[in-house]
Design a binder for this molecule. Sequence first.
Ligand code: TMP
Length: 206
Amino acid sequence: MQKSLFITLEGVEGAGKSSLMDYISELFTRAGHQAIQTREPGGTKTGEQIRDILLDSNNISLESSTELLLMFAARMQHIEEVIKPALASGQIVICDRFTDASYAYQGGGRGIESSRIQTLEDWVQEGLKPDITLLFDLDVEVGLRRAGKRSQADRFEQEDILFFERIRSCYLERANNESARFRIIDSGESLENVKQQIQKILQEYL
Ligand code: TMP
């Protein structure tokens, strides 16, 4: 059986990670691996329903702690229903955002203590961690401009620039503290260049 791999993609809004999912998946399938693409919040029927609540810009009074708990509720379902079974059958799991986003958005962005997030991580994940995390790093203003062109702003995208600056700093700090797991991609480069950076990083796993 082939060796499983759990890859997560992270970054601020507009950093391009979601549109590069197909490319990353193709790198693996072309090399003969079985890969699945999934996302958070979401990835299951229940998780996608929770996602709708979280992104709905009409939910203006959602508490930060409610937001965090909903992220982890969706994550619990996702891990049990999708991630663990796929890894157990030797597949490559490519996940658009995971727990680093909770530390960056609910921790860095909203100001929730990281010890609270850590408690939920320990409970929900029981030690499950990504093997590799690709951090798509980009100037926040550039990212928001790109995201703004794409679609109407969701509940997170309506936050001010300082919120996203805190998120970016938190991601970079985490990448620095866990350099064995994180790989930083410069998303300010051309699409072709970003693909080359990805290919170089993933080469050893193909
Ligand atoms: P997306 O825009 O990458 O699809 O992600 C949806 C939003 O959810 C994005 O603004 C980041 C946010 N998010 C969190 O705040 N915490 C989390 O744990 C996750 C997974 C996503």
